[in-house]
Structure formats: structure tokens, C-alpha cells
Ligand binder design. Structure first.
Ligand code: GTP
Ligand code: MG
Length: 399
């Protein structure tokens, strides 16, 4: 079954924690605790051998490997393996309905979430301020993101029209495609692909499900059809003179309108207006190409027209687009009854320390003072005597 849309939850690997150890354990000198390994990242990579998303399980949770913890004697933890999701070229990545990546190039890789930060061991924490640390950092937890993958087929020519216009009949005549044909509406529910092999001319053709009024708002299979126009070079409007509801002109207006409403940029793709079922009507308008798909009449003329339009059309260039997803340094402050609760990855970093309790507290306050939190708290209107909450730590605010 052809799959062109998938929702997924992805989680980066957690960072490994550092360790506290000493060469001389009786007097706790010469720190030699190793650091944790970084967690694995989540990546999305184009594999041009793929032609849909059916190899990915919808609504599943995909996790990268955790980094392992550091150990005594300078043993650093191993980094977690990245998890790479392979997708066909022509895949878009959405986070909360916002486009984050549009992947076209072979091998192109999008970093959805970086692996979580590792914690340093007491050897890596040696500093002038603390030459003999008895503390280490904990690794950062997994970062989670809900994403949607959307695949749009590449084609040289897409055939669109109202239900029953004869689109599947036409692709079956032009190519090797075995598209299902029926005298009822919505016979086609997923796109059919076929190759037209015409001596020096080879075209990938796509037959799409029928479009109806309101398609751009998702009526019928509307946006599932329209999104496949994103990666096509030429469009055939296949018009049905036997349609009892819409005249030829009304069919053109309907198709133009739905495409424009869905995505204005698709209006630039050259369109050939083809009237099918010429076996059943009089041909009386030069602005159309008349064919009878069922009787294979007028197809050579149509192929010539497609060839000319295709060659004349500006060659569409598909460029990758990528933007960074997770801002790893985030801070949220909530306020209730003189209590300012701070959460986010900055806070996790500040309080993620273990070891000797006195040193842990000193280090937390040192990091807190150096961070942007005091300034942000002032902006939020904190007063002396109010309470600051960082994780499970509460203290009185003093300017
Ligand atoms: N008279 C006549 N009938 C045709 C012609 N082409 C297709 N048909 C008939 O029209 C009906 C619909 O054909 P399909 O090819 O399934 O149409 P479609 O546009 O793919 O339909 P959907 O997938 O439902 O949108 C079938 O009964 C075909 O036999 C033609 O050139 N002349
Ligand atoms: Mg069909």
C-alpha cells in the first residue's frame, strides 16, 4: 500500500553521566572520573531508491541510542548511535504543522534532534576554581519531538481532472501502468505511476485521484492529490465533456481555483488542456487537444504537445530547505504566590550535578549566578524575599 504521510515521535539518545573517582581514593586527590558519552541524534536521510514511506511504521516512537556513563580511571562513556530514518527524495518534515525541511538531494541529511548532552566526570571538571572536584555532571535526558513526514511524488507529467474523466484510462494507454478503471467516481485512491517511452523521449507520468470542489480544503482526497503537484513539471487537465454537472470551462475554473487555493506557487507549472471522450462528442474548439483515451485516438498529437510543453517549460529546480528544530538552551519561568519556578534545559544543566553535597550546592549557585536566570527573573518582576525554584531546589531570592 502506497504511503505518503506518516506521523512519528522521535527521541534523541540521553547523554551518559560523568563519574567521580580519584587515583588516590583514601585522600581523594587526583580526580580521574571519566565523562559520559553524547546521546545519539535523530537524522532523516534521502534514499533515492525509496518511492514512498510504507517502510516506516505510522505513529511509532523512534529512539536514538543513549550515551553510556563515564567510569573511574579516565574511562569516558561511549557515544550513543544515531538513528537515521530513510525517506524518498521529495519528502517534507513538519513539526507542529510548520515546515522544517524539504529534502530533494540524494543523500541529503537533516538533523532533527541533536543527541543529548553528556555529563562531565570530575577529571574534566578540574578548574582553577575547583582543582580537586568531588562532583560530576549528569547527562541530559532524551529530547522528544512529534514530527510529520510528507512525501510528494516526482513526475514529468501529472494528470488531474474531475472523477471519471478518464485519467486512469489515459495513463494505461500512454504507459505500462495497470491503473484500475471504473465507471464510478474515485476509482483511483492512490497515485499510479507509469513511464512513457517514446524513442528519444522518456516521461514519468502520474495519474492522480479525482479532484472535486473544496479539494484544497481537504474535501474528497483533495490535499492528498494536490500535494503531488508540488514535484511535477507539467500538468494535463483532463476534461470530461460528458460531465453533467460542470461544462468544460467550469471544470478548468474549478481545477485552477483548487490549485491556487492550495498553493499559489503551483500555478506556474505549465498546463495542457485536454478534452477526453472525443468519441462521444463533436470537436469544436481549437484551444483544446481532443482525445479518446478509450479508443487510443489523438494520443500522438497529445504526446507531441506534451513534449513541446515539457521542453519549453522552465526546468524546475528542487532545492533543499532545512531549519534548526530544537533550541537546546531554553528557559521557562512560571509565577504563583511569590514563587518563581524555572524549568527548561538551562535549569537541567545547572542542577544536573551529583557528588559531595556541599560542593554540589556551591556549583549550582555558581552556575545559577553566571546564567541568564537572575536577569530573566528581574524582568519578570521578582523581589527580594520571593522564592526561586530550580527543579527540587528552593531558595530565597536576594539581589
Ligand atoms: N466514451 C468514453 N469513455 C471513456 C473514455 N475514457 C474513459 N472512459 C470511461 O470513463 C470511465 C472512467 O474512467 P477512469 O479511467 O476510471 O476515470 P478516472 O478519471 O481515472 O476516474 P477516477 O479515478 O474515479 O477519478 C470508465 O467507464 C471509462 O471506460 C473515452 O475516451 N471515451
Ligand atoms: Mg482513476
Amino acid at each position: 500500500m502506497f504511503v505518503d504521510e506518516i506521523n512519528l515521535t522521535v527521541l534523541s539518545g540521553a547523554g551518559g553521566s560523568g563519574s567521580v573517582s580519584f587515583k588516590n581514593s583514601s585522600i581523594k586527590s587526583s580526580p580521574n572520573g571519566g565523562s559520559g558519552g553524547t546521546g545519539g541524534s535523530i537524522k532523516i536521510k534521502v534514499n533515492s531508491e525509496l518511492h514512498d514511506l510504507s517502510h516506516i511504521i505510522s505513529n511509532s516512537s523512534l529512539k536514538a541510542e543513549n550515551g553510556s556513563d563515564g567510569n573511574k580511571n579516565f574511562q569516558n562513556g561511549k557515544n550513543g548511535e544515531d538513528l537515521t530514518i530513510e525517506v524518498p527524495s521529495g519528502t517534507q518534515v513538519f513539526v507542529e504543522n510548520e515546515l522544517y525541511a524539504d529534502l530533494h538531494e540524494r543523500g541529503s541529511t537533516y538533523n532533527v534532534i541533536d543527541g543529548s548532552r553528556s555529563g562531565r566526570g570530575n577529571f574534566d571538571l578540574i578548574s582553577k576554581r575547583n582543582p580537586n572536584p568531588q562532583i560530576c555532571e549528569q547527562g541530559q535526558k532524551r529530547q522528544k519531538l512529534n514530527i510529520k513526514l510528507l512525501y510528494s511524488i516526482y513526475s514529468d507529467l501529472a494528470i488531474i481532472g474531475l472523477p471519471n474523466a478518464g485519467k486512469s484510462t489515459l495513463i494505461s494507454q500512454l504507459t505500462n501502468s495497470k491503473a484500475k478503471i471504473g465507471d464510478y467516481e474515485f476509482t483511483t485512491i492512490t497515485p499510479n505511476l507509469g513511464i512513457l517511452n517514446n524513442s528519444d523521449f522518456k516521461l514519468k507520468i502520474c495519474d492522480l485521484p479525482g479532484l472535486i470542489k473544496g479539494a484544497s480544503e481537504g474535501i474528497g482526497m483533495g490535499n492528498k492529490v494536490l500535494k503531488h503537484l508540488r514535484n511535477t513539471k507539467t500538468i494535463v487537465y483532463l476534461l470530461d465533456p460528458l460531465n453533467e454537472q460542470y461544462s468544460l470551462n467550469e471544470q478548468i475554473n474549478l481545477l485552477n481555483h483548487e490549485i491556487e487555493e492550495f498553493d499559489k506557487s503551483l500555478c506556474k507549472i505549465p498546463v495542457i488542456k485536454v478534452v477526453n471522450k472525443s468519441d462521444a462528442i463533436e470537436e469544436d474548439d481549437d484551444s483544446y487537444v481532443y482525445i479518446s483515451a478509450i479508443q487510443a485516438e489523438g494520443l500522438n498529437k497529445l504526446i507531441k504537445n506534451i513534449e513541446e510543453t515539457y521542453n519549453k517549460g522552465s526546468k524546475r529546480i528542487y532545492e533543499d530547505f532545512q531549519k534548526i528544530t530544537i533550541n537546546s538552551d531554553n528557559l521557562n519561568i512560571s509565577y504563583e504566590e511569590n514563587k518563581f519556578t524555572c524549568t527548561g534545559s538551562i535549569v537541567e544543566y545547572i542542577i544536573g550535578i551529583s557528588g559531595s553535597s556541599e560542593e554540589v550546592n556551591n556549583e549550582i549557585f555558581y552556575r545559577y549566578e553566571k546564567s541568564t536566570i537572575p536577569e530573566k527573573l528581574q524582568e519578570e518582576g521578582i523581589q527580594n524575599g520571593d522564592t526561586v525554584v530550580l527543579g527540587n531546589l528552593e531558595f530565597e531570592y536576594k539581589k
